[in-house]
Design a protein around this ligand. Structure first.
Ligand SMILES: NC(=O)c1ccc[n+]([C@@H]2O[C@H](COP(=O)([O-])OP(=O)(O)OC[C@H]3O[C@@H](n4cnc5c(N)ncnc54)[C@H](OP(=O)(O)O)[C@@H]3O)[C@@H](O)[C@H]2O)c1
Length: 268
């Protein structure tokens, strides 16, 4: 299927590695122009160079931007539009908060997690919306995709900060889909399950400290817990992301799509 992303412009946050990188890579392969951001200038420049090396003719720029800083987000979105002339696609993302049970954290920990995963999503959407409205009016094409977690629908006991912030993202996603639908902008979310990235290695190591299993044993246990009996590959996540932000996905909005190998067991 042609995703019809050629010549479109995407901004992907939290994209120097892992799931954000995979989404940006998939869009670049479909000939979309991409601006990627992360906190580290060095990491993001290296990531954009990697995509350019991998994908012939890719138009990819890397910007340093901490998504918890509203001023930096505004600058990054402005620079994207200055560089490529418009913005059709926003993908929100950031790193995950520390693991722990609901009783383990201070008020400051909760606040930081909400800033990292919930408020950053809202800030990115607010900065991008005027440009997306323009793209919807002029190109007939504008999309928002929020990267959250399978934990948003089926909380994981040791990921209390993540469970809580991401459930908030889903509430915001549905609300924004209502608000922007009349403008022709779709707003969706992907709920990744266990996917092999640095974040997953960190979570495995945190879990190992508690019960002295090897990293591989932790991964095996996670794999056993889904229907496909394996950990996901970031490229599989990237393919789903590229579809949801594509032109053929025009009638899909307000959806929280699990890309989790069947980890989520409820019916609807
Ligand atoms: N992998 C999984 O199995 C899985 C499952 C469910 C949910 N998730 C969630 O999905 C998101 C992405 O996961 P991942 O596995 O790709 O994580 P990752 O490997 O830790 O990558 C996170 C990316 O976000 C960037 N980043 C972190 N904090 C940032 C900030 N404040 N501003 C801008 N960029 C920031 C990092 O780059 P810099 O360090 O350069 O800033 C990096 O590029 C996370 O929130 C994670 O918790 C992941």
């Amino acid at each position: 299927m042609d995703l019809q992303l050629s010549g479109t412009v995407a901004f992907v946050a939290g994209a120097s590695k892992g799931l954000g990188y995979a989404a940006a890579h998939a869009i670049a392969r479909e000939k979309g122009h991409v601006v990627i951001c992360s906190r580290s200038k060095e990491n993001i420049k290296a990531a954009s160079a990697r995509i350019r090396e991998d994908v012939e003719g890719a138009k990819v720029e890397g910007l340093a931007c901490d998504v918890t800083d509203a001023g930096e987000v505004a600058d990054a979105v402005r620079q994207t539009v200055d560089r490529f002339g418009k913005l059709n696609i926003l993908i929100t993302n950031a790193g995950g908060p520390p693991s722990g049970a609901a009783t383990d954290f201070s008020r400051e920990d909760w606040q930081k997690a909400f800033e990292l995963n919930l408020l950053s999503t809202i800030t990115l959407c607010e900065e991008a919306t005027p440009h997306l409205r323009k793209a919807a009016a002029e190109d007939g094409f504008a999309r928002i995709l929020m990267i959250t977690s399978a934990a948003a629908k089926e909380p994981i006991p040791r990921l209390a900060l993540s469970n809580t912030a991401r459930a908030g993202v889903l509430g915001y996603m549905k609300s924004l889909a209502h608000a922007l639908g009349p403008d022709g902008i779709t707003v969706n979310s992907i709920l990744p399950g266990y996917t092999k990235t640095e974040r997953l290695e960190q979570l495995a190591d945190a879990s190992r400290k508690e019960d002295e299993r090897s990293r591989e044993q932790v991964f095996d246990a996670w794999a056993e817990n889904n229907m496909l009996k394996r950990i996901g590959d970031p490229a599989e996540f990237g393919a789903a992301a590229a579809f949801l932000v594509s032109k053929p996905a025009a009638y899909i909005t307000g959806v929280a799509l699990a890309v989790d190998g069947g980890r989520t067991r409820h019916l609807l």
